[in-house]
Design a binder for this molecule. Sequence first.
Ligand code: CA
Length: 228
Amino acid sequence: MKQILIVEDEPNMRLGLKDNLEFEGYQVKVATDGKKGLDEITSKPYDLVLLDVMLPELSGFDVCKLARERGIPTPIILLTAKGEEIDKVLGLELGADDYITKPFGLRELLARIKAVLRRGNSTASQQVKEATIGKMQVNFSSYVAIVDQQPVKMSHKEFEILKYLWEHKNDTVSRYQLLEDIWGYDEQPTTRTVDNFILKLRQKIEQNPEEPQIILTVHGIGYKMLET
Ligand code: CA
């Protein structure tokens, strides 16, 4: 079930949106100001955030900007009021995925939500089959990994993480992104789990796992695989 976070300070708007989205089959959480919203976005891998612009504590623009600066990739739809036309452009520049102007109809909102969720999925489903990553030759369709002409034991999760980093190579991938896309929302691993998997992968692909040249650590955010 897709998880949506609503960050909205007006109680009627917040409850109305929550009821309607739950009725449509989404799992919904709410936050009542910008600061709480940012905390939620940073601590859990939501599928989508509906983010009001005019909020107490932190504006929607600030929340969006700070979330992106922290490497949080969660899709964000801004809820703007009439007369905030110029700000919409600013919102997209700050890393929002879309915006919708109040008052909006439920049908329009649902269409935007579905479009943004679809876009989010399409990047993850890129087809990659074979690759040479450091010491390892790997086939992602047959789940075979070879190092020094010998097959290497890899768990399904290790394959998935390696493939994900490979598909996003030269990009910084946050721990939350990995948690969201590899483990999914229903399992509850910690970012520590991600780190342990990365350690295991480094031992298999790096010439010297103590000084990784392929899967680099991006401090405070996550990891980056370099082209080899
Ligand atoms: Ca507001």
